[in-house]
Design a protein around this ligand. Structure first.
Ligand code: PHE
Length: 336
């Protein structure tokens, strides 16, 4: 009989290993542990055993029963756990925790709007390196060596011939070297100037450069382009004016002013009581610049312009200190 007990145990373990659902496990319980089950039947058989064998057989039957019982319980709680979610799991009815979503930096917001306006006028977008050679930043742009015009821009030199670009105009040269006319591009990017940091100036800021070269491009097209841009960006009520200016890489050169949109031209601290704000430098591309990139100045003409992005941004939002833009104070930045 001891053998039968052992066989029953082995068979039970085999059946248990195949009971992979609660239903099958219940079948197993009925087959082995219920009152009419196999273990109860073995207890029944005990009655006919000899008095001498009874204690040993009884003990091992009891062991089998409690072993089977505990194996069954263990398996049951395993299967229960798999089908029911754990008590500790999340309360799906709770409201979600909001995650703060960043917003675009005010300078990038202006940049994107400016780009959109020029793209709608048919300009494409190009870019160039911030670390430049003296040639691209000055030489190719018709700054003669040792010419005082270089002093207009306080340059961070890395070595004698390598520098941080002081304007986005070197990208004009890089674009024209690679491409034949017609060329109609804007070139946004960071520029660097060794100036004292103040409420009005930074050592790093963004510019957008524009360039249009083709046969028969005229100064009136330059004016038309800038006026159209200004009306879209600053609003159609702002007045504008062009003043003659000087840049080595344009001839003639002009700066464009718009009526101060803080005081609408009446005069205030921001416009230094002139009623006007200078917003962009521009001019017709100098014939020497066209020659430097291998364009024939007898055949082609073009215009170029360049302006900073930070000043329009602070003016537009009524910010009185340009340094706030780059201090990364979220209390400030959240407002835009
Ligand atoms: N590069 C000039 C500046 O930084 C701006 C400019 C660009 C002027 C193109 C004329 C033509 O001041």
């Amino acid at each position: 009989m001891l053998e039968t007990i052992e066989q029953t145990k082995q068979q039970f373990l085999l059946d248990l290993s195949q009971s992979d659902t609660l239903d099958k496990l219940e079948q197993l319980r009925i087959a082995y542990l219920a009152r009419s089950g196999r273990i109860a039947a073995l207890f029944e058989g005990l009655k006919s055993a000899s008095v001498a064998d009874k204690p040993v057989l009884g003990k091992s039957l009891n062991e089998l029963r409690s072993f089977a019982q505990s194996q069954f319980e263990a398996r049951k709680s395993e299967l229960d756990g798999a089908s029911k979610p754990k008590e500790t799991s999340i309360d799906l009815t709770l409201p979600g925790r909001p995650r703060p979503i960043g917003t675009k930096h005010p300078v990038m917001q202006s940049m994107e709007e400016m780009k959109r306006i020029f793209v709608s006028m048919g300009f494409s977008i190009a870019s160039g390196p911030e670390i430049e050679s003296d040639y691209y930043n000055f030489g190719a742009l018709n700054f003669p060596p040792d010419h005082p015009a270089r002093d207009m821009q306080d340059t961070f030199f890395i070595s004698k011939d390598v520098l941080l670009r002081t304007h986005t105009s070197p990208v004009q040269i890089r674009v024209m070297e690679k491409q034949k006319p017609p060329v109609r591009v804007i070139m946004p990017g960071r520029v660097y100037r060794n100036e004292a940091i103040s409420a009005r100036s930074l050592v790093m800021f963004y510019q957008i450069e524009g360039l249009y070269v083709d046969k028969g491009v005229t100064f009136s097209e330059l004016k038309g382009t800038l006026v159209s841009f200004a009306k879209q960006f600053y609003g159609s009520n702002s007045k504008y004016r062009f003043r003659p200016s000087f840049f080595p890489f344009t001839e003639p050169s002009a700066e464009m002013d718009i009526t101060c949109y803080i005081c609408s031209g009446k005069g205030c601290r921001v416009c230094k009581y002139s009623g006007w704000l200078e917003i962009v430098g521009s001019g017709m591309v100098h014939p020497n610049v066209l020659k430097n990139v291998g364009y024939d100045p007898e055949l082609y003409t073009g215009f170029a312009f360049g302006f900073g992005v930070e000043r329009p941004t602070i003016l537009r939002h009524g910010i009185d200190d340009i340094r706030l833009l780059y201090e990364n104070d979220v209390r400030f930045l959240r407002q835009f």
